[in-house]
Design a protein around this ligand. Structure first.
Ligand code: MIG
Length: 753
């Protein structure tokens, strides 16, 4: 196999807003999307259409460029790209000339047959974070990864690849930050200095173009903002999806679903969501119900609704080959399924038996798929869980020659699940008629945040998996995803009661709080662990419900800035080496000001690293100075959770479901500090899209320690808050206790102490 090098620049010209540089073998196009976002696309044969599944923006900003002797310099207000002509190399600098990231001068971009690779300089102190759902540590330096969406059943904390593809990472060195998104759907590879003797970092793919976006903003928050500007942000999720979710493979009948839901209410354990896994269907045929075990779906869902529960049902992509099945017949007639090159339909086996696979890359197929959800939405389902969409075929390989429209399996595999989620989202959004659907997908590609929540697949009931799951959540948060869950309790295997309790207490601070287990595993509901443990789990779930006003405002932030709800400490404490220490790397901030330290179930104390600033232990209000490791009690009743000084955390009194009106009191908890701080409070009806027409209630709440005041700014939007009273509760105010209740008002007001 020959190595094909990029060669020397032979011509340069500005064409349609792009800088086009030609070499003998290839062409490079440089496009500026914003002052901090530059795209480089290098190809041997550009196709006529420039399309991306991830990117929703177009190049727009102006740039200047000049031809120098050996280089071309392209400048934006924030970045300088120095393009070496002999040979062609791309090097990114700050405007004052500090290197952010450069091609490896020896190799740059080259090809081996269809494989395209970009080799980059590795800086001595360079760290790498990101890539989403990937094994290993927070700092990925020294590791290499493959993106190839896989049904990774029985995976371990070192398995690669897993279910999803997010070819986006952030590099940190010399006190600088940059991001790089390799928008290529083929099987791709990332090597962060894992190459012998750490001579370089590199990334590449089995096919397609060397098509990457370079992000040069300083600060991880700014890079995330830019990345999610480019690839989109999530919408406000339905509020009910943020409550406690009870799942299982499977609750086998309508009776069982109702029985479990009833138990939550009898025991006063808050919950919002019940799930039906694959056994609700008739022979695993998608969009059908089992007539024996679920004879009256609408009746069942009505009863769930009467108890303030919502229902989520699973769908898999495989459509059963069965002449008495409408979706099969229609799909065949209209050529909606993937084929072999000779036109024969591709067949693979999954739950229903022999199946065909919808071509979700085709818009007409997506429309058809989306409209089929009427069979589920008509009786009242509002949440749609997309499983097996890597796609999985019982662990078997899907031949490379299988075609989806004009494209073959190797090019589409990594986006198949995302396109299924897109079809599901668009279809159900239309059917639900202004109500927000909840979509949950296992496979994903960059940009999936626009359509769906994700969970991390089939984990196991061990402490190790619990900690690994948290790292996955933290890492997925660096890719625009915010509504992320793990199977609380572990999918495979049976947790000890202690692990179950501990994992639930972490679930309180997991963006999506869903308890799930595999077929044949022990039952997982909160009452399965004995009275004492049930009470701890109940208290934890209650804590989740108290925090919902804060959590909802946190998701509002995700919709505006792309900042995730669960944040690795690397986001805000980027230059603090301790946050990358494997002892502390699982810690995270949940929203702006809650620091959570996951602890295994067999430990009763924990070493927690508190970064710069002052912190309070949540359950005692004991104060700690930051920049130190504290050895702290961690009994099963009290996960180490610390609150940042100056935190403003809106809470509510306990409700049993987000569908309950509650007592109308919004508790504004404030932790004392000598510095001022603020919080953006956001509320809307939680279920419709009216918020997109200003039906929200949003205000900034400010804490002013000098004036000794909490100021509630004027409320924006046309939605009347469901909280008629505001109670301000101070923590750490010493003798001058702060606990005042007042009427809520849309105009500005303040509370002094
Ligand atoms: O072959 O639907 O990850 O959450 O319970 C297993 C049954 C298929 C895998 C999912 C899991 C789900 C299970 N599914």
């Amino acid at each position: 196999m020959q190595i094909e090098i990029l060669g020397n620049a032979e011509s340069v010209a500005e064409q349609n807003g792009a800088l086009v540089i030609k070499t003998q073998q290839a062409e490079a196009r440089v496009m500026v999307y914003s002052p901090t976002i530059i795209r480089v696309c290098i190809s041997k044969h550009f196709s006529a259409v420039d399309e991306s599944f991830a990117v929703i923006e177009k190049p727009q900003d102006e740039f200047t460029w000049q031809k120098l002797h050996d280089t071309i310099e392209l400048t934006t207000p924030a970045l300088k790209l120095v393009i070496n002509k002999y040979p062609l190399r791309f090097n990114f600098y700050t405007t004052d000339g500090k290197p952010l990231s450069e091609d490896d001068p020896r190799f740059g971009t080259n090809w081996q047959a269809e494989r395209v690779i970009n080799y980059r300089k590795l800086y001595p102190d360079e760290k790498f974070i990101g890539l989403g759902e990937k094994a290993g540590d927070l700092d990925r330096r020294g590791c290499n990864y493959v993106n190839w969406n896989t049904d990774a059943a029985m995976h371990t904390p070192t398995t690669d690849p897993l279910y999803k593809t997010f070819p986006f990472f952030i590099g940190l060195h010399s006190g600088l930050t940059y991001g790089l998104f390799f928008d290529n759907t083929h099987k791709s590879y990332f090597d962060f200095g894992a190459t012998t003797d750490e001579q370089m970092s590199w990334f590449g793919a089995d096919g397609g173009d060397m098509n990457y976006f370079f992000f040069g903003a300083q600060g991880i928050r700014n890079i995330l903002q830019d990345y999610t500007w480019l690839t989109g942000r999530m919408e406000m999720p339905p509020l009910w999806s943020l409550g406690y979710q009870q799942c299982r493979w499977s609750y086998m009948s309508a009776e069982e679903v109702l029985e479990v839901a009833t138990k939550f209410r009898e025991r006063n354990i808050p919950a919002d969501v019940m799930y039906c896994d694959i056994d609700y269907m008739d022979g695993y045929k998608i969009f059908t119900w089992n007539k024996k075990t679920f004879p009256d779906p609408e009746g069942m869902i009505d009863q769930l609704k009467a108890m303030n529960f919502r229902l989520v049902t699973i769908v898999d992509p495989g459509i059963k080959i069965d002449d008495n099945y409408a979706e099969y017949k229609e799909g065949v007639e209209k050529h909606y399924f993937a084929t072999y090159p000779n036109g024969e339909l591709y067949t693979g086996s999954v739950w229903p038996g022999r199946c065909h696979f919808p071509d979700f890359l085709n818009e007409e197929v997506r429309e058809w798929w989306g409209a089929s959800f009427k069979a589920l939405s008509a009786p009242g389902v509002e949440g749609f869980w997309n499983d097996m969409n890597e796609p999985a075929a019982w662990g078997q390989n899907i031949p490379w020659m299988v075609k989806f429209g004009e494209r073959f399996m190797p090019e589409i595999r990594n986006v198949y699940g995302m396109q299924m989620a897109r079809a599901t989202y668009n279809g159900t959004k239309r059917i639900l008629n202004n109500k927000r659907p909840f979509i949950l997908t296992r496979a994903a590609y960059a940009g999936t945040q626009r359509y769906s929540a994700v969970w991390t697949g089939d984990n196991a009931a061990t402490d190790e998996h619990m900690l690994f799951g948290q790292r996955l959540v933290n890492s997925l948060g660096l890719t625009g995803m915010s509504l992320i869950g793990v199977d609380i309790g572990g999918f495979m295997g049976n947790p000890t009661p202690e692990l179950m309790v501990r994992w639930n207490s972490l679930g309180v601070y997991t963006p999506m709080f869903r308890n799930h287990a595999a077929l044949g595993m022990s039952m997982r509901e909160p009452w399965q662990w004995g009275e004492a443990y049930e009470q701890i789990i109940k208290k934890d779930i209650e804590q989740r419900y108290k925090l919902l006003p804060y959590i909802y405002s946190g998701f509002y932030q995700s919709t505006q800035t792309g900042l995730p709800l669960s944040r690795t400490l690397a986001i805000d404490y980027t230059t603090d080496e301790n946050v990358f220490d494997i002892k502390y790397q699982n810690q995270f901030l949940f929203g702006d000001s809650i620091l959570v330290a996951p602890v295994i179930s067999t430990a009763e104390t924990a070493e927690v690293y508190l970064p710069a600033g002052d912190w309070y232990r949540l359950n005692s209000d004991e104060k700690f100075a930051g920049n130190q490791v504290v050895n702290t009690p961690a009994p099963l009743t009290d996960l180490p959770v610390f609150i940042k000084a100056g935190a403003i955390i809106p809470m509510q009194n306990i409700i049993q479901s987000t569908n309950e009106p509650g007592d109308g009191v919004l508790l504004i908890n404030v932790w004392n500090s000598d510095k001022p701080s603020s919080f953006v409070y956001y509320e809307d009806d939680g279920v419709t899209y009216n918020y997109q027409k200003r039906a929200y209630h949003k205000r900034t709440i400010t804490f002013d320690p000098q004036k000794k005041e909490i100021v509630f700014g004027e409320a924006e939007g046309n939605y009347q808050s469901k909280y008629s009273k505001i109670q301000v509760v101070g923590h750490g105010f010493g003798d001058s206790t702060l606990d005042k209740i007042t009427n809520n008002s849309n105009s500005s007001f303040s509370i002094a102490w």
